[in-house]
Design a protein around this ligand. Structure first.
Ligand code: UFG
Length: 340
């Protein structure tokens, strides 16, 4: 059985990817320091797949702990690296912890990949590297704009570290640039677990609908978009998780055409904040309390993916539509509140 290490495997996208990997026959090892996730995720993964993944709790930004792990586990078909801090606003307040955590952990992992000849790396990147693109839909060859946040900057820097290192070593890599992942597993056993007040739209919507938050603030209705609210390319987290399995198989099967390849992962459709709210209310038959407020500083106006490269070259296509994203997000919130 092929072994894959998933860093950040108890997190939101990580846990869904672990499930998809296990269901495709991979043996999965997880490393996570539980800084933004919960140990119970492991049991919930086991409820879905029948197998509890091997787990170690430590911080990959520690050189010594990472070296110790790899000295014991290096017979790996590949690594999917999710473990990172991901809150844009927080990164503005704590830039150095973002750089230290996100950059150092990648360096530690790649050092050990080199040492133990682990050849295949899938990296969790973001459409944030494009900033506000000049041309929509955005292709992988769109210019990388100056980052708006330390978080976004770490994604840009990590991509560059991977590119130069893969060219200089036996490592092959795929960076996946996610657009906006939302929704939850159909089992309602795993999903997003935001700590404190959510920054992202969908957890704020579901927490408002369930009564944990009073009112959703819609940030700006004066953008140059059809209804004035900002537009994003939302994709279902299970579709996104499946792309990682395809990427690992591509690398393990030596089907990659370059040492480092980059793919956009989105649906190719842009939806406005008001369209998302409309879909949520309609599909779940719930009324949402919301109000329009000022724009959120740092937000871009609109972005959606050109997915043709991922569709044609990677052989992956998002299949789940906005309604299903909203339905599973709501079931997950009700499950968390003990109402589902
Ligand atoms: N929004 C609201 N109210 C809220 C939260 C969000 O109106 O309470 C709006 C935002 O202004 C934005 C849209 O909903 O227009 C989506 O916002 P999110 O915070 O859910 O997502 P972002 O597009 O801002 O950020 C996401 C990821 C980041 C990543 C970025 C790349 O969370 O990690 O995409 O563009 F960097």
């Amino acid at each position: 059985m092929k072994k894959v290490l998933v860093t950040g495997g108890t997190g939101y996208i990580g846990s869904h990817t672990v499930v998809e990997l296990q269901q495709k026959g991979f043996e999965v090892l997880i490393v996570d320091n539980l800084s933004n996730s919960n140990i119970e995720v492991l049991d919930n993964i086991a409820k879905i797949t029948g197998t509890k993944p091997y787990f170690e709790n430590f911080d990959l930004s520690s050189e010594a702990l990472t070296a110790d792990f790899f000295s014991r586990h290096h017979d790996l078909a590949g690594i999917v690296h999710f473990a990172a801090f991901k809150a844009v606003g927080e990164s503005m307040q704590k830039p150095l912890s973002y750089y230290r955590n996100n950059i150092q952990s990648l360096i530690n992992i790649m050092d050990n990949m080199k040492k133990y000849e682990i050849r295949n790396l899938v990296f969790s990147s973001s459409c944030t590297v494009y900033g506000q693109p000049d041309v929509l839909p955005v292709t992988e060859s769109a210019p990388i704009k100056k980052a708006w946040s330390p978080y976004g900057n770490t994604k840009q820097m990590c991509e560059e570290i991977i590119e130069f290192t893969s060219n200089a070593t036996a490592i092959n890599a795929i960076a996946l640039r996610y657009f906006n992942p939302i929704g939850a597993h159909a089992s309602a056993l795993i999903g997003e677990l935001p700590l404190g007040v959510p920054n992202n739209l969908i957890p704020f919507i579901t927490q408002t609908a369930i009564g944990k938050r009073e009112c959703l603030s819609v940030f700006g209705d004066d953008y140059d978009t059809p209804d004035g609210t900002a537009v994003r390319d939302y994709l279902h987290v299970v579709d996104l998780a499946k792309a990682h399995v395809v990427a690992i198989n591509r690398l393990a099967g030596e089907k990659n055409k370059k040492k480092m390849e980059i793919f956009n992962l989105g649906t190719g459709n842009g939806y406005s904040v008001l369209q998302v709210i409309e879909a949520f209310e309609r599909i779940n038959n719930v009324k949402l309390n919301y109000k329009i407020v000022a724009r959120r500083p740092g937000d871009i106006e609109k972005v959606w993916a050109d997915t043709s490269f991922a569709n044609e070259e990677l052989g992956w296509k998002a299949e789940i539509g906005l309604d299903e994203m909203m339905r599973t997000a709501w079931i997950w919130e009700k499950h968390l509140a003990g109402k589902a």
